[in-house]
Design a protein around this ligand. Sequence first.
Ligand code: R5P
Length: 294
Amino acid sequence: MLITTCGNSELLAKKLAKQLRARYVPVTIAAFPDGDLYLRYPVASLKGQTLVIVESFQPNPNETLLHILFAAETAKDLGAKKVILVAPYLAFLRQDARFKPGEAVSSQVMAKLLSNAVDKIITIDPHLHRYASLNELFTIPGKRLTADPLLAEYIKRHYPDAVLVGPDWESSQWAAAIARSLGMASTTLQKKRLSPTKVQVRFVDHLAVKGKTVVLVDDILSTGKTIAAAAREARKRGARRVVAIAVHGVFVPGAFGTVKKAGVSHIITANTIVHPTNKIDITPLLAAALRGER
Ligand code: R5P
């Protein structure tokens, strides 16, 4: 098995190669003077090999998709027998419907392109809401991993007396599952998204947060507006401190400040996307998923 990356997940790809005793092959991705994409493997042939491309879709999701397509197509062209995409964070999934007439259903476009280029996709906590599984999107085998046990372990170690809060119904699958596994109290807030950058949330049940540590759990922290709105609500209800834990820390510019300003004392993410808040390592999860692959 050979392991590579298109650049967003270099450390992860190298760690995985080490844990799996596989060879890490760095691929060169650059641009011709006119801007056209240039890609080169450091080997003349990949005949009969299984190539694993480890690549998170952040930063630069659009460019990343193109990089992966070029890397996969070229690997096949060089004789690879199988190309597996490990996308710790898979983008485009939030546009899972045509919300306004004429819009692209980006998740379907992305899935179609990848299904034609790679043989299998492995991802962590994909944002699946209108789809029940990856199989509804991709025509290739898909493996959906969850970082839930790792998040739970972190919460248990650092915030054993917390109450867990999912800021919207979509996040409840993470918050509720983790709370159940830890025997902690949890609730899901009701969110109204007014625009991509404006949200309102409110408590709909009477979970007592007064004087407690509230851990907000979400799959994605992007603009930070959801977490910030939830943090403000928790503080209004007397929470002693508010902590935020997300699987995927997208952090668009300004997001970190938005969350801090809302009174969140600690922001923690998994390393599906490289960010200074990475405290939860998903390498063992990916290594276990790849162990049986040939
Ligand atoms: C939404 O359905 C997700 O679970 C997250 O709550 C959302 O993607 C967070 O986005 P933002 O940080 O931009 O509010």
